[in-house]
Structure formats: structure tokens, C-alpha cells
Ligand binder design. Structure first.
Ligand SMILES: Cc1cc2nc3c(=O)[nH]c(=O)nc-3n(C[C@H](O)[C@H](O)[C@H](O)COP(=O)(O)O)c2cc1C
Length: 502
């Protein structure tokens, strides 16, 4: 399938509030699932959205969905009709894709997963009811909220966020600790989940205070029905300096506590790593020496998301004070991908499972983790924002992509892009790829000119007659800052040319 140049207005889609019980859906005279279509577009899965509109025609509709839109109380409604008309036009000749033959099953060290998507250990997987609803929604399993033998002492409030478009999180900080249920209560939850959902995978995330505790927690979790153990060597929010992130920064402690965990169980063991280090590879090797079967990465990144300029307090402020806490969500994805790539390409770690996480929100994010070497995927922050329902577009979006590329099996894609990341001396530096500006699409905003003048090589000038930007090839170094700042998407890459001095 060729890439479809979708023309619906994504920024307009992003204004949608993704309501819990969308009034737009109820208002549609043609009974279209308007809310679900908008959600698919929001999560970059337009094909699923488009196929839901197969028998819907908005041409002569006066759009009661827009009149019902909850935004209309204070702002213009989302322009649903325009979005849907453009979408239908975009895919008009496309037959509906049959996705049933696309296999996205995978496994964790031999434990079968119906799809690669798991809840990561956090509040999103902390009760029986939550896991039950997530499993029913389609998640393949859950890494349960970290279980321990010591009491938790939580602060309130405990989150802060940096927003991108609308109210969406770009990055998210938490100062939350571990499970607030006793080990006994959590084991009862495992038993119920295992009985009622035998095909779903329960990963028991554990944290001990000493070797004996790591061993006994692993034993109890296996007995209660867990299929995989995940050692939390990475929580940044512990009050004791002997726990969580401190372990994840010490090869010696990682090896010792992994070994202790393996002693208590015959299940596969993952070591969950902190990104608050320069190099994760030595830590992963230590886990391997201790007997770990895989690595889970990344936990959250130490952060301060902001300071309130009126109260002069860092956020989240707890009675006038804050602490450094764990950062997650879309902003951390590039850092997570870098760690996954380094783990996946290390020869000494070959054969270890990699469970990737950090900022997965759409199927595209998910696919990137797979392509760089993750065999399973875990998600928290986007579930906290949007709910378990995001699983629909994660699964369908991934399947549409694979179908379009003629890939029948997700496993064949694991690590397929790992070889594209090379060392600094191995990248080709002898050619220039010049930008081409599509003069018909350009709206003359001049952003490319400003950036090239002040952040580039003064290679773009404005034509004195037309005001359109032009490239001076004698100055251009092909950095492509211009195409990154262009709001119209009208700057493309031309053929490469050999540099003058080569
Ligand atoms: C509120 C919150 C609580 C978390 N609690 C835990 C935890 O108990 N154990 C753990 O291993 N990781 C915990 N994490 C880290 C997540 O499992 C995950 O590694 C991290 O958030 C990156 O993924 P994300 O960007 O999808 O959220 C927590 C994260 C958040 C946001």
C-alpha cells in the first residue's frame, strides 16, 4: 500500500477533548461513532477511523455533532464535518483492509503475549478492578504496581505536567512510591486475575530491602500466579537511599539482587533499569551475570518540571516544598529509544529480552521501540491521560501499518532498524542534501528565513519581487533546520550533492 497523503486538519483533530461519553456520537443522525473516529485520528490511526465512516455521508448534513460538542460552551466546536469529508476523500478508493491475518503476538522469554502491549508497573495496574478492565479492553497483560514489604508514605499532590497542544501532556512528573496494598492483598489479586484471565500475562514488579526479601517476594509472586518477575531497580522516589534507583546505579547491587530474585523463582526475571546513568549496558550486563533473562527500560528520569513564579516553589508543591521526581511521557521517548538501541546492539546482551517503555502513546511510538529491538512494550503515562481505551488504536494502527507493508508477523520486525544506528565515525559526511521549497505551497510566513539567518548559514533569502524564500546553494550546508520549522510542510529534501572539497 502506498503512503496516503492525508489532508484532514490534524491540529483541528487535536482540539478534540476525547470525551468519556462523546455527545457528538449521540448527536449523529447517521449513527456514526464520531467520538471513536476522532480518537483514531488523534492517535494517528486514520485508516481505522476512515473505515468506521464507510457508510456515512456528511455532504448534506448540518453537523449536529458540532452543535453538541462540549467545546461549544466556550470556544468554536471541533470542525468534525470538514475533518470527516477530507478523510473520506483521502481514502475514497481504498478497500477496507482485512487485519485478521496480521499477527502481532510476541512473547517475554517464552511467555506468550497476544499482542506486545502491557501496562507498565504503576498506578494504572494497581488493583484487581483496574487490571480486569484493562484486560477486557485488550491489553495483553500488566506489570503490576511494585510490591514490597514496607509501608508507603505518599505525598499530595504528587504529579505535575508540561503540556503540549490542548491539555495533552508533553512530559509528566510523579513523586509516587510503591504499592499501597500489603503483599498478602496483592497476592490475592494475582490469584483472582490468573484464574479469570489465564491468557493474560501478570508481571510481578517487586522491590526487596535485602537479599532474603527479593527471594521471598519472587517465590510468593510465582505461587500466586505471576508469569514473569520484574525487579524494580529504578524507582527514583524512595525515602531510603538503599532502594530503587540506588540499586540501579550499582553493578554490584544489581547483580546481587538479581541473583537473590532468581533463587526464589523459576520464572523469567526482568531487571527494570533507571535511565539516570550515562551508560545502561554495564548495568544490564550485571543483571545478566545475576541471572536476569531480560531488561525492562526505562523507568522515569529525575526531573523538576517547573517552578511556580508566584509562590517560588518547584512543582508539584507539597506545603511549600517539592522533591526531584520521575519524568515520563512523550518527552522521554527519545531517551528511552537511545537506551533500547544500545541494549539491543550489544553483543554480550544478545538473547536477553528487552521490554521497552517511555513515552509510548501511539502505535507509531510502539513500532519504533519494536524496530530498535524491544520484544514487548509497556505503557503508563498515556494510559493515565487517556485511559485503557488507547489500546484500540495501538493494536489497529500497528496492524494497518504491517498490512500496508506486507508484513504478516510482528516478531520479524523486532530490531529491524537497530542496524541503522551507527557510531560517530561510521556516518557518511561527504554529501549535502539541499532543501527544495515548494513555492506553490509556501504561505510566505518567513519562518525558514528567520531560522536560517539566525540559527543557520544565511542561505535562505526572500525574493524581492515575490517575497518567497529561495535557497542560495553556495551557502547552504544542508542542515534542514528550514524544513523542521516550516509550518506548511513545504520544504523537501532534494538529491544529494558531493561536497565541494571532496
Ligand atoms: C505515577 C507513576 C507511578 C509509577 N510507579 C512505578 C512503580 O511502582 N514501579 C515501577 O517499576 N515503575 C513505576 N513507574 C514508571 C513506569 O512504569 C514507566 O517505567 C515510566 O513511567 C515510563 O513509561 P511511560 O512514559 O509510558 O509512563 C511509575 C510511573 C508513573 C508515571
Amino acid at each position: 500500500m502506498k503512503q496516503i497523503p492525508f489532508t484532514y486538519d490534524k491540529s483541528e483533530v487535536n482540539r478534540c477533548l476525547l470525551c468519556n461519553d462523546p455527545v457528538c456520537t449521540k448527536a449523529c443522525p447517521q449513527k456514526a461513532n464520531v467520538g471513536k473516529v476522532l480518537r483514531s485520528l488523534y492517535f494517528d490511526n486514520p485508516l481505522s477511523g476512515a473505515f468506521l465512516l464507510a457508510n456515512v455521508d456528511c455532504t448534506y448534513c448540518n453537523a449536529p455533532c458540532e452543535k453538541a460538542c462540549v467545546l461549544s460552551k466556550s470556544k468554536p466546536s471541533v470542525e468534525v464535518r470538514n475533518i470527516f469529508m477530507a478523510l473520506k476523500e483521502d481514502i475514497k478508493a481504498l478497500p477496507e483492509a482485512k487485519l485478521d491475518k496480521v499477527d502481532i503476538s510476541t512473547d517475554i522469554c517464552g511467555v506468550k503475549l497476544e499482542n506486545p502491549f502491557l501496562l507498565s508497573s504503576s498506578v494504572v495496574a494497581s488493583t484487581y478492578d483496574m487490571c480486569k478492565r484493562a484486560f477486557e479492553a485488550g491489553w495483553a497483560g500488566a506489570a503490576f504496581k511494585t510490591i514490597c514489604n514496607f509501608p508507603q508514605h505518599e505525598a499530595s499532590p504528587r504529579f505535575s505536567a508540561i503540556h503540549s497542544h490542548s491539555v495533552s501532556f508533553c512530559g509528566f512528573k510523579n513523586i509516587e512510591q510503591l504499592s499501597d496494598h500489603s503483599v498478602m492483598e496483592n497476592m490475592e489479586i494475582f490469584r483472582r486475575l490468573k484464574k479469570e484471565f489465564p491468557n493474560k500475562v501478570i508481571i510481578a514488579s517487586i522491590m526487596g530491602q535485602n537479599e532474603q526479601e527479593w527471594t521471598s517476594l519472587a517465590t510468593e509472586c510465582e505461587k500466586a500466579g505471576a508469569s514473569v518477575i520484574e525487579c524494580n531497580f529504578s524507582c527514583p522516589n524512595m525515602e531510603s537511599s538503599e532502594l530503587g534507583i540506588t540499586i540501579g546505579q550499582s553493578e554490584e547491587m544489581i547483580e546481587k539482587f538479581t541473583r537473590a530474585t532468581k533463587k526464589g523463582t523459576s520464572l523469567p526475571v526482568l531487571a527494570k533499569m533507571t535511565p539516570n546513568i550515562t551508560d545502561m549496558v554495564p548495568m544490564a550486563k550485571a543483571a545478566k551475570r545475576g541471572g536476569a533473562d531480560g531488561i525492562a527500560a526505562i523507568n522515569t528520569i529525575n526531573s523538576i518540571t517547573g517552578v511556580d513564579l508566584h509562590t517560588l516553589t518547584a512543582e508539584p508543591a507539597v506545603r511549600g516544598k517539592s522533591i526531584i521526581g520521575g519524568y515520563s511521557g512523550p518527552a522521554v521517548k527519545p531517551i528511552a529509544l537511545r537506551f533500547i538501541s544500545e541494549l539491543a546492539t550489544c553483543n554480550e546482551l544478545k538473547g536477553m529480552h528487552i521490554s521497552g517503555m517511555g513515552g509510548i502513546e501511539t502505535w507509531e511510538d510502539a513500532m519504533e521501540f519494536i524496530l530498535l529491538g524491544s520484544s514487548s512494550l509497556q505503557v503508563t503515562t498515556s494510559v493515565m491521560q487517556y485511559g485503557y481505551r488507547i489500546i484500540d488504536d495501538l493494536i489497529e494502527g500497528m496492524k494497518h501499518y504491517m498490512k500496508g507493508k506486507g508484513i504478516a508477523n510482528l516478531k520479524s520486525m523486532i530490531g529491524a532498524a537497530a542496524g541503522s544506528v551507527v557510531g560517530h565515525t561510521s556516518i557518511e559526511r561527504d554529501t549535502i542534501v539541499f532543501p527544495i521549497i515548494d513555492q506553490d505551497k509556501c504561505n510566505k510566513c518567513g519562518r525558514c528565513y528567520v531560522s536560517c539567518m539566525d540559527g543557520g548559514h544565511q542561505a535562505i533569502y526572500l525574493d524581492s519581487k515575490t517575497g518567497l524564500p529561495k535557497v542560495d546553494g553556495s551557502k547552504c550546508v544542508g542542515c534542514h533546520l528550514c524544513s523542521l520549522v516550516c509550518p506548511m510542510g513545504c520544504i523537501e529534501k532534494a538529491k544529494k550533492a558531493i561536497k565541494a572539497n571532496h
